[in-house]
Unconditional design. Structure first.
Length: 757
């Protein structure tokens, strides 16, 4: 730890002397950018952005003149990305190397007609900006325009339409995530590369994606497979990374308002400004929805009465071409009230939870080939519950939970010649929890500290082959030192055909909740107890695939396998009816008596289950047969098996698919699409005694349409779950359900957008 603190201190002091290093390099490169359409005619008033190829940060931007060109003076030598865009045309980009001297480099970009498939830029797989198809691991991307064309206001609804991703959705259930059969505990959920805070260490690794609004999101990136080398312990199954918006115009503003079924009202807006070296972006939203029930004869509310508010602020300032400081602050407050029938009668439960997060980032270009970044991040989560039973007499049971998260990290990127890129960094995190009826010792609290060191080397083995090697060493305060490697390969067989393959190992230490969980619920007849004897989970992830592009067609095919050892689950440990039986149970699992369970309740313990694997394939096609029309389809096959029992894992769908037909015309201002997602039957293994249940196969169809009007106004409407699909288990003599789909719902709304260049 003393060495770690010394290293962090050195990284923190680097920006103090870095400006002296900046002054040693002159900014004398010159670049001319020409923008043309598919007919090789100049495109006037196209936006051109110059970005650092090392960091992805904007360096300069202009709009083309009548001749379709613009000139950038005073740029620093080195590799830069050039991106050009204009409404109604497909974005284009390229990477060039600028050299000092009087010679002007000329780059020509061709903007195609929509809706050809865009070459989307991503940052999540390698922490640097790269083309989606240039990543050795599978990456699915949902852009802002695609989000808007669903009308969804919650991230959980957007992700539910990605093949291979399963999200628990519904107006009330928490939106957990599953990637290729690997569930929430092994999936890292990030915002701008930093972890979201939501007490996932207590809640089975769950980050509630229904509490993540889309208003602040520029795009969502889903990385499939082990990414522990880049993002640490929680990422052994994949990463979901939200990239937040920032101002792209000198002045911009937008707002939206919509209402629909279940009394839902959603509204929000944003404001952005770019002035000289300053970039400001603000956003906020409000959501509310009425409660609902799925079983008419039951008083239990599936969807609670919910009210949600959130806000985000981003501010950055660029100190010349070589230094940038950025601040991001965000938070939300959510209130939910529902009813549930327990052994003591009808109980009403009210939950309040909120988060706040603050991130400060410094990006420094030490030389044309060297970039340094340092970040500090503080976040908090607070939750309070009040359960009031009907009695007699009525009993009020209060619970609370809080999380405090701190993080410092620094990283360095070094370009070595024209064929090698080195990345490395150090991270320190501390995660602390406390709460009433949540942890052993209640408000005494528990915490875990980690120190991580990571390195990645990207080698260009000729013009067609890229090899990526990496590794991470994690020093966990409870479980010691673990190391995980990474290997990736990308082969460009032709300009249209790319092959990729990757291998990675993962490590996930038991969370504070899994070790020290202590939740007693006598009103419902059960209790859940942690286990201090758990072993860390480890994993191996393999994937291989291809991408083929031809004019208006994009094809993908991928195979994957994930092996997880010492999987941690919540298992039924029995029904101890006396103190002696309870003591015997604790002795069997070596649980200390200080965990203070209650006899006479169903008892669940955290246990290591041994070995599981998930394997399968994904394939997808995107076709644009006409200028304004696009078709997309995908299919995913999954095998998810407990190797010890041979049993298929619960809530895993063997078959999953999606379909979309989309039409968009800038001339008429009409956008419309029909989207379908399909799921096969999935087993449901009950935690209590009894045979497995069954989540029956189903299909969900959603329809969206919008019309753009003068003045930046747009009217839109949506019908979700067109054919009123609900859980077939609701039709049984004793109804139950495993998915909380209310049925057919509708939304109507309007948007307003204004930009000033």
């Amino acid at each position: 730890m003393p060495k770690l603190r010394l290293l962090l201190a050195a990284c923190a002091l680097l920006p103090i002397w870095a400006p002296a290093a900046f002054s040693q390099t002159s900014a004398d490169a010159r670049l001319t950018v020409r923008v043309m359409d598919e007919s090789r005619l100049p495109v006037p008033d196209a936006r051109v952005v110059i970005r650092s190829a090392l960091t992805g940060t904007d360096i300069a931007f202009q709009h083309t003149g009548q001749d379709g060109s613009c000139i950038f003076d005073g740029l620093n030598p080195g590799r830069v990305s050039i991106l050009s865009s204009k409404a109604g045309l497909r974005e284009a980009g390229m990477v060039v190397t600028l050299k000092s001297g009087p010679e002007t480099l000329t780059a020509t970009l061709h903007l195609g007609l929509e809706p050809k498939h865009d070459q989307v830029t991503v940052v999540s797989p390698s922490r640097i900006e790269e083309a989606q198809d240039e990543s050795p691991v599978k990456v699915d991307v949902v852009t802002r325009s695609q989000i808007l064309d669903t009308g969804f206001v919650r991230l959980s609804d957007v992700l539910a339409e990605i093949p291979g991703v399963v999200v628990q959705t519904g107006s009330a259930v928490q939106g957990g995530e599953q990637i290729n059969g690997v569930d929430s505990r092994q999936v890292a959920v990030l915002r701008d590369g930093l972890p979201l805070i939501g007490a996932r260490g207590i809640k089975e690794g769950l980050i509630d994606l229904t509490e993540q609004p889309t208003n602040r999101v520029e795009q969502v990136e889903v990385v499939k497979g082990a990414t522990s080398t880049m993002y640490g312990s929680d990422a052994i199954g994949g990463v979901i990374n939200q990239i937040t918006r920032e101002a792209v115009h000198p002045l911009q503003a937008d707002a939206y308002l919509l209402g629909g079924s279940l009394g839902s009202i959603d509204g929000g807006g944003s404001f952005g400004a770019r002035w000289n070296n300053l970039n400001l972006f603000l956003s906020g939203s409000h959501q509310q929805v009425d409660p609902f029930r799925l079983i008419p004869a039951s008083p239990n509310t599936v969807g609670p009465d919910t009210s949600f508010q959130d806000g985000l602020a981003r501010l950055s300032y660029t100190f010349g071409p070589r230094a940038r400081l950025s601040f991001r602050g965000d938070g939300y407050h959510n209130r939910a009230t529902g009813e549930n029938f327990t052994e003591t009668g009808l109980a009403q439960a009210t939950s309040n939870n909120s988060t706040q997060g603050y991130a400060l980032t410094g990006d420094f270009v030490l030389s044309p080939s060297t970039t340094f970044q340092t970040r500090g991040y503080l976040a908090r989560y607070d939750e309070s519950d009040l359960d009031i039973s009907a009695g007699p007499p009525p009993v009020a049971v209060a619970g609370s939970l809080s999380e405090r998260y701190q993080r410092l990290d620094s990283s360095l990127i070094q370009q070595v010649g024209a064929w090698q890129l080195l990345q490395g960094g150090v991270e320190w995190t501390q995660d602390r929890y406390k709460g009433v009826n949540r942890l052993v010792g209640d408000d005494r609290g528990q915490q875990v500290t980690t120190a991580d060191y990571w390195l990645q080397d990207r080698l260009q083995l000729g013009p067609r082959v890229t090899l990526t090697l990496g590794g991470r060493i994690t020093n966990n305060s409870m479980f010691g030192v673990y190391a995980v490697p990474k290997l990736g390969l990308l082969v460009r067989l032709t300009p249209r055909l790319l092959l990729r393959g990757s291998f990675g190992r993962g490590f996930r230490a038991p969370t504070v909740g899994e070790l020290y969980y202590h939740y007693l619920h006598p009103e419902s007849g059960y209790q859940v107890i942690g286990n201090p004897n758990l072993e860390p989970e480890t994993s191996r992830s393999f994937s291989t695939g291809m991408t083929y592009r031809f004019d208006r067609v994009r094809l993908t095919f991928d195979l994957f396998r994930n092996d997880i050892r010492n999987l941690i689950e919540t298992g039924q440990a029995g029904f101890p009816q006396t103190s002696a039986e309870l003591a015997q149970l604790f002795e069997m699992y070596q649980i200390p008596a200080s965990y203070q369970a209650i006899p006479g309740l169903f008892t669940f313990l955290k246990v290591n289950r041994g070995q599981v694997f998930t394997e399968g394939l994904e394939t997808g096609v995107e076709v644009s047969p006409f200028r304004n029309f696009a078709l997309r389809g995908a299919y995913a096959y999954l095998q998810a098996v407990d190797e010890n029992s041979g049993q298929f894992l619960s809530f895993r769908f063997r078959h999953q698919g999606s379909f979309q037909a989309a039409y968009s015309s800038s001339r008429t201002g009409i956008t419309t699409n029909l989207r379908g997602t399909f799921f096969s039957t999935a087993p449901v293994v009950s935690l209590r005694s009894g045979p497995p249940g069954m989540e029956y196969g189903y299909a969900l169809w959603n329809f969206y349409a919008s019309k753009t009007l003068p003045g930046g106004l747009q009217m839109f409407g949506a019908l979700d779950n067109l054919f009123n699909s609900t859980d077939q288990n609701l039709m049984r003599p004793q109804p139950t359900y495993y998915r909380a789909d209310y049925g057919r719902t509708w939304r109507l709304g309007m948007r307003w957008q204004w930009n000033k260049d």
